[in-house]
Design a protein around this ligand. Structure first.
Ligand SMILES: [Zn+2]
Length: 317
Protein backbone atom coordinates (compact mmCIF):
# COMPACT_ATOMS: atom_id res chain seq x y z
CA UNK A 1 0.00 0.00 0.00
CA UNK A 2 2.72 2.32 0.98
CA UNK A 3 4.72 1.41 -2.14
CA UNK A 4 1.75 2.05 -4.38
CA UNK A 5 1.34 5.52 -2.96
CA UNK A 6 5.00 6.18 -3.50
CA UNK A 7 4.73 5.05 -7.15
CA UNK A 8 1.76 7.35 -7.72
CA UNK A 9 3.67 10.26 -6.32
CA UNK A 10 6.61 9.50 -8.62
CA UNK A 11 4.30 9.26 -11.64
CA UNK A 12 2.65 12.50 -10.70
CA UNK A 13 6.02 14.16 -10.23
CA UNK A 14 7.23 12.93 -13.62
CA UNK A 15 4.01 14.09 -15.25
CA UNK A 16 4.33 17.47 -13.61
CA UNK A 17 7.96 17.83 -14.70
CA UNK A 18 6.96 16.84 -18.24
CA UNK A 19 4.11 19.28 -18.31
CA UNK A 20 6.24 22.11 -16.94
CA UNK A 21 8.96 21.26 -19.44
CA UNK A 22 6.50 21.15 -22.32
CA UNK A 23 4.99 24.49 -21.38
CA UNK A 24 8.48 26.00 -21.13
CA UNK A 25 9.22 24.65 -24.57
CA UNK A 26 6.06 26.09 -26.02
CA UNK A 27 6.45 29.47 -24.33
CA UNK A 28 10.07 29.68 -25.33
CA UNK A 29 9.30 28.82 -28.93
CA UNK A 30 6.59 31.44 -29.06
CA UNK A 31 8.97 33.99 -27.62
CA UNK A 32 11.63 33.08 -30.14
CA UNK A 33 9.08 33.31 -32.93
CA UNK A 34 7.98 36.70 -31.72
CA UNK A 35 11.54 37.97 -31.55
CA UNK A 36 12.19 36.60 -35.02
CA UNK A 37 9.01 38.22 -36.24
CA UNK A 38 9.95 41.50 -34.66
CA UNK A 39 13.40 41.27 -36.14
CA UNK A 40 11.95 40.47 -39.53
CA UNK A 41 9.58 43.39 -39.20
CA UNK A 42 12.41 45.67 -38.26
CA UNK A 43 14.46 44.38 -41.14
CA UNK A 44 11.55 44.85 -43.50
CA UNK A 45 11.07 48.36 -42.24
CA UNK A 46 14.74 49.07 -42.58
CA UNK A 47 14.78 47.69 -46.07
CA UNK A 48 11.74 49.74 -46.91
CA UNK A 49 13.43 52.81 -45.51
CA UNK A 50 16.60 52.14 -47.48
CA UNK A 51 14.54 51.67 -50.57
CA UNK A 52 12.57 54.89 -50.00
CA UNK A 53 15.79 56.79 -49.39
CA UNK A 54 17.25 55.39 -52.56
CA UNK A 55 14.15 56.38 -54.48
CA UNK A 56 14.28 59.88 -53.03
CA UNK A 57 17.93 60.20 -53.92
CA UNK A 58 17.25 59.07 -57.46
CA UNK A 59 14.38 61.52 -57.77
CA UNK A 60 16.56 64.31 -56.48
CA UNK A 61 19.30 63.39 -58.89
CA UNK A 62 16.80 63.38 -61.74
CA UNK A 63 15.55 66.80 -60.68
CA UNK A 64 19.09 68.15 -60.53
CA UNK A 65 19.82 66.74 -63.95
CA UNK A 66 16.67 68.34 -65.33
CA UNK A 67 17.57 71.73 -63.83
CA UNK A 68 21.08 71.44 -65.22
CA UNK A 69 19.73 70.66 -68.65
CA UNK A 70 17.33 73.58 -68.45
CA UNK A 71 20.11 75.95 -67.43
CA UNK A 72 22.33 74.60 -70.17
CA UNK A 73 19.57 75.15 -72.69
CA UNK A 74 18.93 78.71 -71.51
CA UNK A 75 22.63 79.42 -71.74
CA UNK A 76 22.75 78.04 -75.27
CA UNK A 77 19.72 80.10 -76.25
CA UNK A 78 21.31 83.22 -74.79
CA UNK A 79 24.57 82.59 -76.63
CA UNK A 80 22.62 82.01 -79.81
CA UNK A 81 20.71 85.27 -79.34
CA UNK A 82 23.96 87.10 -78.66
CA UNK A 83 25.58 85.69 -81.77
CA UNK A 84 22.62 86.74 -83.86
CA UNK A 85 22.28 90.22 -82.43
CA UNK A 86 25.43 92.15 -81.50
CA UNK A 87 23.26 95.00 -80.22
CA UNK A 88 21.64 92.65 -77.73
CA UNK A 89 25.13 91.48 -76.78
CA UNK A 90 26.08 95.01 -75.81
CA UNK A 91 22.83 95.44 -73.92
CA UNK A 92 23.36 92.29 -71.89
CA UNK A 93 26.89 93.34 -71.08
CA UNK A 94 25.72 96.79 -70.08
CA UNK A 95 23.07 95.69 -67.60
CA UNK A 96 23.53 97.28 -64.22
CA UNK A 97 26.31 99.54 -65.40
CA UNK A 98 26.05 102.95 -66.96
CA UNK A 99 28.62 105.37 -68.25
CA UNK A 100 29.02 108.91 -66.99
CA UNK A 101 28.05 111.00 -69.98
CA UNK A 102 28.65 114.69 -70.77
CA UNK A 103 25.44 116.68 -71.25
CA UNK A 104 26.40 119.97 -72.86
CA UNK A 105 24.30 122.99 -71.85
CA UNK A 106 23.88 125.80 -74.35
CA UNK A 107 21.41 128.69 -74.44
CA UNK A 108 21.40 131.16 -77.31
CA UNK A 109 23.41 130.45 -80.45
CA UNK A 110 23.97 134.02 -81.56
CA UNK A 111 26.73 136.46 -80.79
CA UNK A 112 26.11 139.29 -78.37
CA UNK A 113 28.95 141.39 -77.07
CA UNK A 114 29.67 140.80 -73.41
CA UNK A 115 27.13 137.98 -73.02
CA UNK A 116 28.92 134.73 -72.32
CA UNK A 117 25.63 132.78 -72.48
CA UNK A 118 25.44 133.46 -76.21
CA UNK A 119 27.67 131.38 -78.49
CA UNK A 120 28.24 132.67 -82.06
CA UNK A 121 27.08 130.29 -84.78
CA UNK A 122 30.65 129.78 -86.12
CA UNK A 123 31.95 128.82 -82.72
CA UNK A 124 29.04 126.44 -82.19
CA UNK A 125 29.77 124.86 -85.57
CA UNK A 126 33.46 124.48 -84.70
CA UNK A 127 32.51 122.69 -81.49
CA UNK A 128 30.06 120.38 -83.26
CA UNK A 129 32.67 119.64 -85.92
CA UNK A 130 35.14 118.68 -83.21
CA UNK A 131 32.58 116.21 -81.82
CA UNK A 132 31.95 114.77 -85.29
CA UNK A 133 35.65 114.47 -86.17
CA UNK A 134 36.45 112.83 -82.86
CA UNK A 135 33.83 110.11 -82.94
CA UNK A 136 31.28 111.51 -80.49
CA UNK A 137 27.67 110.36 -80.91
CA UNK A 138 24.98 112.73 -79.60
CA UNK A 139 22.16 110.88 -77.82
CA UNK A 140 18.52 111.81 -77.40
CA UNK A 141 17.25 111.99 -73.81
CA UNK A 142 15.29 108.79 -74.46
CA UNK A 143 18.56 107.07 -75.27
CA UNK A 144 20.28 108.57 -72.23
CA UNK A 145 17.39 107.49 -69.99
CA UNK A 146 17.37 104.01 -71.44
CA UNK A 147 21.10 103.69 -70.83
CA UNK A 148 20.95 105.07 -67.29
CA UNK A 149 17.93 103.06 -66.19
CA UNK A 150 17.92 99.89 -68.32
CA UNK A 151 21.60 99.63 -69.18
CA UNK A 152 20.89 99.83 -72.91
CA UNK A 153 24.12 100.06 -74.86
CA UNK A 154 25.49 103.40 -76.05
CA UNK A 155 28.22 104.13 -78.59
CA UNK A 156 31.78 104.42 -77.34
CA UNK A 157 31.79 108.22 -77.03
CA UNK A 158 28.26 109.31 -76.14
CA UNK A 159 27.35 112.95 -75.54
CA UNK A 160 24.10 114.88 -75.09
CA UNK A 161 23.53 118.35 -76.55
CA UNK A 162 20.94 120.54 -74.78
CA UNK A 163 19.83 124.13 -75.35
CA UNK A 164 17.86 125.95 -72.65
CA UNK A 165 15.05 128.52 -72.95
CA UNK A 166 14.07 127.95 -76.60
CA UNK A 167 15.53 131.01 -78.34
CA UNK A 168 14.55 131.50 -81.97
CA UNK A 169 18.25 131.43 -82.91
CA UNK A 170 18.14 127.74 -81.98
CA UNK A 171 16.04 127.40 -85.14
CA UNK A 172 17.94 129.83 -87.35
CA UNK A 173 21.52 129.08 -86.20
CA UNK A 174 21.80 125.84 -84.20
CA UNK A 175 19.32 123.73 -86.18
CA UNK A 176 21.17 123.98 -89.57
CA UNK A 177 24.49 123.06 -87.92
CA UNK A 178 22.96 120.12 -86.04
CA UNK A 179 21.37 118.91 -89.28
CA UNK A 180 24.66 119.30 -91.15
CA UNK A 181 26.32 116.84 -88.77
CA UNK A 182 23.25 114.65 -88.32
CA UNK A 183 23.24 115.38 -84.59
CA UNK A 184 20.40 114.81 -82.16
CA UNK A 185 19.81 117.54 -79.56
CA UNK A 186 17.25 118.66 -76.99
CA UNK A 187 15.71 122.12 -76.52
CA UNK A 188 14.11 122.92 -73.14
CA UNK A 189 11.22 125.26 -73.89
CA UNK A 190 9.67 127.88 -71.55
CA UNK A 191 6.09 127.33 -72.62
CA UNK A 192 4.64 130.81 -71.95
CA UNK A 193 7.09 132.24 -74.50
CA UNK A 194 5.82 130.10 -77.38
CA UNK A 195 2.92 132.34 -78.28
CA UNK A 196 4.71 135.53 -77.27
CA UNK A 197 6.87 135.81 -80.39
CA UNK A 198 10.03 137.90 -80.11
CA UNK A 199 13.30 136.13 -79.58
CA UNK A 200 11.72 132.78 -78.73
CA UNK A 201 10.80 129.78 -80.89
CA UNK A 202 7.26 129.79 -82.23
CA UNK A 203 4.95 126.77 -82.38
CA UNK A 204 5.75 125.98 -86.03
CA UNK A 205 9.51 126.04 -85.45
CA UNK A 206 9.11 123.84 -82.37
CA UNK A 207 7.03 121.32 -84.30
CA UNK A 208 9.43 121.23 -87.24
CA UNK A 209 12.55 120.77 -85.11
CA UNK A 210 10.87 118.13 -82.96
CA UNK A 211 10.04 116.11 -86.06
CA UNK A 212 13.66 116.31 -87.25
CA UNK A 213 15.74 115.01 -84.38
CA UNK A 214 15.67 118.07 -82.12
CA UNK A 215 13.65 116.86 -79.15
CA UNK A 216 11.50 119.49 -77.42
CA UNK A 217 11.15 119.12 -73.65
CA UNK A 218 10.00 121.20 -70.70
CA UNK A 219 11.68 124.16 -69.00
CA UNK A 220 8.54 125.08 -66.97
CA UNK A 221 5.84 127.59 -67.87
CA UNK A 222 7.45 130.84 -66.77
CA UNK A 223 11.08 130.09 -65.82
CA UNK A 224 10.79 130.69 -62.05
CA UNK A 225 13.23 129.70 -59.34
CA UNK A 226 11.36 126.54 -58.35
CA UNK A 227 12.97 126.30 -54.93
CA UNK A 228 11.34 129.62 -53.96
CA UNK A 229 7.82 128.41 -54.81
CA UNK A 230 5.24 126.48 -52.80
CA UNK A 231 4.74 122.83 -53.63
CA UNK A 232 1.48 123.56 -55.47
CA UNK A 233 2.99 126.36 -57.55
CA UNK A 234 5.93 124.12 -58.46
CA UNK A 235 3.43 121.44 -59.48
CA UNK A 236 1.55 123.77 -61.81
CA UNK A 237 4.76 125.19 -63.39
CA UNK A 238 6.02 121.72 -64.25
CA UNK A 239 2.68 120.05 -65.01
CA UNK A 240 1.16 122.75 -67.23
CA UNK A 241 4.31 123.07 -69.35
CA UNK A 242 4.32 119.29 -69.83
CA UNK A 243 0.67 119.29 -70.88
CA UNK A 244 1.14 122.25 -73.22
CA UNK A 245 3.97 120.60 -75.13
CA UNK A 246 2.22 117.22 -75.17
CA UNK A 247 -0.77 118.84 -76.85
CA UNK A 248 1.35 120.84 -79.28
CA UNK A 249 3.62 117.94 -80.29
CA UNK A 250 1.28 115.00 -79.77
CA UNK A 251 3.89 113.04 -77.81
CA UNK A 252 4.82 112.33 -74.19
CA UNK A 253 7.00 114.93 -72.52
CA UNK A 254 9.24 113.01 -70.12
CA UNK A 255 12.10 115.35 -69.35
CA UNK A 256 12.60 118.73 -67.73
CA UNK A 257 15.42 121.17 -67.02
CA UNK A 258 15.03 123.20 -63.80
CA UNK A 259 15.36 126.94 -64.54
CA UNK A 260 18.67 128.28 -63.12
CA UNK A 261 19.25 124.68 -62.02
CA UNK A 262 17.37 125.46 -58.82
CA UNK A 263 15.36 122.78 -57.04
CA UNK A 264 14.52 121.57 -53.55
CA UNK A 265 12.97 118.48 -51.94
CA UNK A 266 9.48 119.55 -53.06
CA UNK A 267 10.69 119.84 -56.66
CA UNK A 268 12.02 116.29 -56.61
CA UNK A 269 8.75 115.04 -55.13
CA UNK A 270 6.58 116.97 -57.60
CA UNK A 271 8.60 116.15 -60.70
CA UNK A 272 8.20 112.44 -60.05
CA UNK A 273 4.54 112.72 -59.10
CA UNK A 274 3.76 114.59 -62.34
CA UNK A 275 5.31 111.74 -64.30
CA UNK A 276 8.60 113.08 -65.61
CA UNK A 277 11.11 110.28 -66.06
CA UNK A 278 14.32 112.28 -65.74
CA UNK A 279 15.50 115.83 -65.04
CA UNK A 280 18.66 117.88 -65.45
CA UNK A 281 20.12 120.62 -63.29
CA UNK A 282 22.93 123.08 -64.02
CA UNK A 283 25.32 121.56 -61.51
CA UNK A 284 28.62 121.08 -63.32
CA UNK A 285 29.94 117.66 -64.24
CA UNK A 286 29.26 114.50 -66.20
CA UNK A 287 25.77 113.00 -65.88
CA UNK A 288 26.04 110.04 -63.52
CA UNK A 289 23.24 107.71 -62.47
CA UNK A 290 24.60 107.86 -58.94
CA UNK A 291 23.68 111.57 -58.70
CA UNK A 292 20.01 110.62 -59.11
CA UNK A 293 17.96 110.47 -62.26
CA UNK A 294 16.13 113.72 -61.30
CA UNK A 295 19.24 115.85 -60.77
CA UNK A 296 21.70 114.99 -63.49
CA UNK A 297 24.65 117.32 -63.89
CA UNK A 298 25.49 119.17 -67.09
CA UNK A 299 28.46 120.95 -68.59
CA UNK A 300 27.88 124.65 -69.17
CA UNK A 301 29.44 125.98 -72.36
CA UNK A 302 30.38 129.64 -72.06
CA UNK A 303 31.45 131.92 -74.89
CA UNK A 304 34.51 132.66 -72.74
CA UNK A 305 35.83 129.13 -73.29
CA UNK A 306 38.30 128.47 -76.10
CA UNK A 307 38.50 125.19 -78.06
CA UNK A 308 41.08 123.72 -75.69
CA UNK A 309 38.78 124.26 -72.73
CA UNK A 310 35.86 122.81 -74.73
CA UNK A 311 37.90 119.68 -75.54
CA UNK A 312 38.88 119.22 -71.90
CA UNK A 313 35.26 119.57 -70.78
CA UNK A 314 33.79 117.05 -73.26
CA UNK A 315 36.53 114.64 -72.30
CA UNK A 316 35.38 114.85 -68.68
CA UNK A 317 38.37 116.86 -67.39
ZN1 LIG B 1 16.70 128.60 -68.52
Amino acid sequence: MKKLKKNRIVVLLIATIFLVGASFFVINKERKDNILKAQTNLKDQEELKVETDKKKQLEEEAKKEELKNKQEQLKLEKIKALKEDPKQQMAVKGIGKSKNIPILMYHSIDYEKGNELRIPKDKFREQMKYLKDNGYTPLSLDELYSHMVNGTSVPEKPIVITLDDGYSDNYTNAYPVLREFGFKATVFVITNTVEGGGSYLNAEQIKEMDKNGIDMESHTVSHPRLNELSYDKQMSEMKESKEYLEKLLNKDINYIAYPYGNFNENTLKAVEEIGYKMAVSTKSGLAAKSDGIYKLHRIYISNNYDMEKFKRLVNGK
